[in-house]
Design a protein around this ligand. Structure first.
Ligand code: SF4
Length: 334
């Protein structure tokens, strides 16, 4: 068995911290969180609002959320709430997706600047130009876009996908040639599992792109028993080091199901917070990669969104209509 040297251990803790050892949550900070949580719960009732939160949010946001999940869960289940206002604690494309699926509702995002490097790596005009050019060579070409895209990109997409259903969506299409947009890493992962011709758009998530295989190898050396679970937005040399490649919701199910107690969670750090809250008997080491966009959402801004009715997501009915088809086709295929 390999054992860790002191140097390895020091490097390990530079890269991965055990949850619960940070001291940001002082008693006075926790008290202010408690008061804000109570205020937001009251506002939700008076404003007829529901809060949907992505897995990568701060742990205190989970306290006020009516639903916590990955992009697919938020899109699929979020539209079924009866409340007239949706507050989306996540990034802007998620709030747009909520609006596309519930155009009659008021959709608020606590900070409109919460974007996404992946969604911003493609625009609708460039995608249309590439699609039209490729169709000359591959007449049966279909455009599959990750849900991490703007409403305008969804409007020129045949079918959307998420990391949990990307392979299933691609396999169920009656086309052998797929323009896969915008995550080149997820495209490569799907291509490794499929016989279809997957043509990637050259975009990536800056959070997952920063993770290197050497960091995982150091952890494995220090803790040979650890189970490594990685998100398919990571580079392929990182995925090659993983015991399982899973979406965020897939990681939760895997950690719940497996007998192992120690997991290295190779994705944005917020998921580890949710895992610890749901599975307190297990230990989760995290990749110390924070999404600066996801972390722009705070309890204070969530309270202010409900008080001031902003930032509201506004999309034309025509754009909602054009974009909705690609999401509904995903629901049908997956
Ligand atoms: S983690 Fe990456 S893909 Fe997710 S919102 Fe942040 S930048 Fe976008």
């Amino acid at each position: 068995m390999t054992t860790a040297s002191a140097k390895d251990a020091a490097e390990l803790y530079e890269h991965f911290k055990v949850l619960g050892q940070e001291d940001a949550y002082t008693p006075s900070h926790c008290e202010s969180i408690r008061l804000l949580v109570e205020e937001i719960q009251d506002l939700k009732r008076s404003e007829d609002a529901v809060i949907l939160a992505h897995n990568y949010q701060r742990p205190e946001i989970f306290e006020v959320a009516d639903l916590v999940g990955d992009s697919l869960e938020l899109a699929k289940r979020g539209k079924d709430f009866r409340q007239g206002t949706i507050v989306l604690c996540g990034v802007h494309f998620m709030a747009e997706t909520a609006k596309i699926l519930s155009p009659e509702k008021r959709v608020l995002i606590p900070d409109a600047m919460a974007g996404c490097s992946l969604a911003e790596s493609v625009d609708a005009d460039d995608l249309t130009a590439m699609r039209d050019e490729l169709k000359l060579r591959y007449p049966d070409l279909k455009v599959v876009s990750y849900v991490n895209t703007t409403a305008a990109v969804k409007a020129v997409t045949d079918v959307c996908c998420t990391s949990s259903n990307a392979l299933r969506v691609v396999e169920s299409l009656d086309s052998d040639n797929i323009l896969f947009c915008p995550d080149e890493n997820l495209a490569a992962y799907v291509a490794s599992q499929s016989d279809k011709n997957i043509i990637p758009w050259k975009g990536n998530c800056y959070v997952h792109q920063q993770i290197r295989p050497e960091a995982l190898q150091r952890v494995r050396k220090a803790r040979p028993e650890i189970r490594v679970i990685a998100h398919p937005e990571c580079r392929d040399d990182v995925l090659a080091e993983a015991d399982a490649v899973l979406s965020t919701s897939g990681m939760i199910e895997y950690a719940r199901r497996e007998d192992a107690t120690d997991f290295l969670v190779v994705t944005e750090c917020g998921l580890s917070d949710r895992l610890l809250m749901e599975l307190p008997d297990k230990r989760f080491f995290k990749a110390c990669q924070l999404c600066k966009y996801m972390k722009m959402i705070t309890l204070e801004k969530t309270r202010d969104a409900l008080v001031n009715g902003r930032d509201e997501v506004l999309l034309s009915p025509q754009l909602c209509e054009a974009a909705r088809g690609s999401i509904e086709r995903m629901f049908e295929l997956s």
